[in-house]
Design a protein around this ligand. Structure first.
Ligand SMILES: *[C@@H]1O[C@H](CO)[C@@H](O)[C@H](O)[C@H]1NC(C)=O
Ligand SMILES: *[C@@H]1O[C@H](CO)[C@@H](O)[C@H](O)[C@H]1NC(C)=O
Length: 187
């Protein structure tokens, strides 16, 4: 009885806390023309002209989730790496007004990070190139991609290398730096 009262109190407290939005956590209203441009650019409805049909499919898979904590969805994290963060965040904001601006989106879920690096995640191991390749191909597989990237070399130079360049953490990327990239790269 006491325990359940504590639970209710805790839940009520949580609900109250989340209802009060800090002033800097602005909601974003994206102009519809911007949404249409991004849909075309990414290839959401028609991926034949997109620069990567595989990445377009992963982005579409992300949007199907329609989440607000978008960095706790594998498809959204994967889509950000191949599409850039701006397009993925904007398209999510287009369909869901509760998706906050880039810097205020909740942190990368540790479960997703664990999916990427494996069981060494709690020890703080960084993402390796091979981890990334396995992750992005896994996300494409989950998105039922039919037109795959022509080579993993393209995936490395086109998708992995720009993130490495931004984080400047050598050949691998620790959790914190990857999480920063998701929030601040405007890529
Ligand atoms: C996504 O969620 C928002 C907020 O709940 C809702 O208004 C919107 O209609 C949803 N969009 C899609 C495409 O499901
Ligand atoms: C991929 O295909 C499976 C099996 O048909 C289906 O359950 C799943 O929803 C599909 N995923 C996407 C993103 O279309």
């Amino acid at each position: 009885m006491l325990l359940s009262w504590i639970c209710v109190a805790a839940l009520t407290h949580l609900a109250a806390a989340s209802a009060v939005r800090a002033p800097h956590q602005a909601r974003v209203t994206v102009p519809s023309q911007t949404c249409i441009s991004y849909e075309k650019y990414v290839g959401i409805d028609d991926n034949t002209l997109s620069y990567s049909p595989g990445c377009a499919d992963v982005t579409y898979d992300c949007l199907r989730q329609n989440g607000t904590s978008i960095w706790s969805h594998q498809a959204c994290v994967a889509a950000a790496t191949c599409q850039g963060t701006t397009g993925v965040i904007t398209l999510n904001q287009c369909q869901n007004p509760n998706v906050l601006e880039a810097t205020d989106i909740p942190n990368l879920a540790f479960t997703i990070y664990t999916n990427i690096v494996g069981s060494c995640a709690p020890d703080g191991c960084p993402i390796t190139q091979q981890n990334y390749i396995d992750f992005i191909y896994g996300a494409m597989s989950a998105a039922n991609v039919t037109e795959w990237p022509t080579s993993s070399e393209d995936v490395i130079t086109g998708w992995w290398q720009p993130i490495l360049d931004w984080t400047a953490t050598g050949d691998t990327i620790p959790y914190t730096n990857f999480n920063d990239w998701l929030h601040y790269s405007n890529s």
